[in-house]
Ligand binder design. Structure first.
Ligand code: ATP
Ligand code: MG
Length: 91
């Protein structure tokens, strides 16, 4: 009770998708648009991969916005991106 959730401190594998995300982030930092969709079954490591990508972006000074969506948002396309646009994580 009250303890932080345990998480493996290193990312295991995922070299190819992480490289692809880093490439997109570097391109975004250079002003080029792109889009990546990270999809997979529950618990497969989507959020973990996104966290690593975020670290890459932050290390390069690339702005990160984070959006979330919920079951009630189903049926509203791109709602996650809309939330991200209104609630920037860097203020
Ligand atoms: N490649 C990895 N290396 C080390 N740990 C990992 C890796 N992928 C996932 N994990 C760990 O496995 C657990 C589940 O991963 P994560 O929360 O990223 O899954 P998810 O796909 O986002 O799940 P959900 O669909 O429920 O949102 C977490 O503790 C995460 O740190
Ligand atoms: Mg997740």
């Amino acid at each position: 009770m009250g303890e932080a959730p345990r998480s493996c401190p290193v990312l295991i594998g995922r070299e190819a998708p992480l490289a692809a995300l880093r490439e997109l982030i570097d391109a975004a930092g250079a002003g080029r648009q792109g889009l990546a969709v990270v999809a997979g079954e529950a618990g497969i490591g989507k959020s973990r991969l996104a966290r690593e990508a975020r670290r890459h972006a932050e290390a390069r000074g690339v702005r990160v916005l984070e959006g979330r969506c919920f079951d009630t948002d189903a049926g509203t396309p791109y709602v996650c991106a809309a939330h991200a646009g209104s609630v920037g994580s860097d203020g």
